[in-house]
Write a new protein. Structure first.
Length: 233
């Protein structure tokens, strides 16, 4: 490899690192916004949240949780088209998710929430490193992981009506496995996106949204597991 090749390689590597930093930065902003909104709701509006839960039918909350599912696809398309609306949509989406998560956090202790969050952070960074450094092609995982996500959604809707704690715990362990795989896969995909599409804000937002959802779901499934274990003590 001559000097010109070395220079090109270094430039591409620096560009990839910058793209990773942009993606992680955007993902961090999304998590921060969601956490801040949840904190504000729990700190200052706990009674309002309780009244909303008691005053609204359970079907209303099921429909509210379905809203983010229908928003993800158009948001991803907007980001991939490098639309100027992608970033504002991502911020609004993160804030809405923070609002919705606050209802879930009401059901758990501070200890459960802390343990779940710390565990999720540690797992995320470990899996991110694996996804970025492994020489194994993880693209073969995508179809199986996507099918797993669809299965979790179906189980979640079903369990909303039958209220089985055993099924919820089983789905939580499966969810941890699926979103752990997605974290590794999406981190490897960032490099592929950079070399194929370049360093665009839209694709950075798209990948940040994917990682944000991976982390958020990993945290929520871990929270259910820690909460179940805590209730048995």
């Amino acid at each position: 490899m001559n000097n010109n090749d070395n220079l090109i390689f270094d430039e591409r590597k620096d560009g990839l690192n910058a793209f990773f930093s942009k993606v992680y930065g955007l993902m961090g902003v999304g998590v921060l916004i969601s956490g801040l909104v949840s904190f504000i709701m729990l700190r200052f509006y706990t009674n309002n949240l309780v009244n909303m839960i008691e005053g609204s039918g359970s079907l209303v909350f099921l429909l509210l949780w379905l809203i983010p599912l229908f928003l993800v696809v158009p948001m991803q398309r907007s980001a991939m088209k490098n639309s100027s609306a992608a970033l504002p949509l991502f911020i609004v989406y993160s804030a809405f998710m923070g609002f919705m998560i606050s209802f879930t956090l009401l059901m758990y202790t501070k200890t459960d929430i802390t343990l779940a969050f710390v565990t999720a952070v540690a797992m995320f960074f470990g899996l991110a490193v694996y996804g970025r450094t492994t020489k194994r092609d993880l693209s073969a995982w995508h179809k199986a992981l996507f099918a797993g996500v669809i299965g979790l959604i179906v189980i979640g809707i079903l369990n909303f009506f039958i209220q089985s704690s055993g099924l919820m715990l089983f789905a939580s362990f499966v969810g941890v496995v699926i979103f752990s795989g997605l974290i590794a896969y999406d981190n490897q995909k960032i490099e592929q996106v950079y070399y194929q599409m370049g360093d665009t804000n839209g694709w950075a937002i798209s990948m940040a949204l994917s990682l944000y959802l991976d982390f958020l779901n990993l945290f929520l499934f871990l929270l259910r597991i820690f909460g179940f274990a805590g209730n048995r003590d």
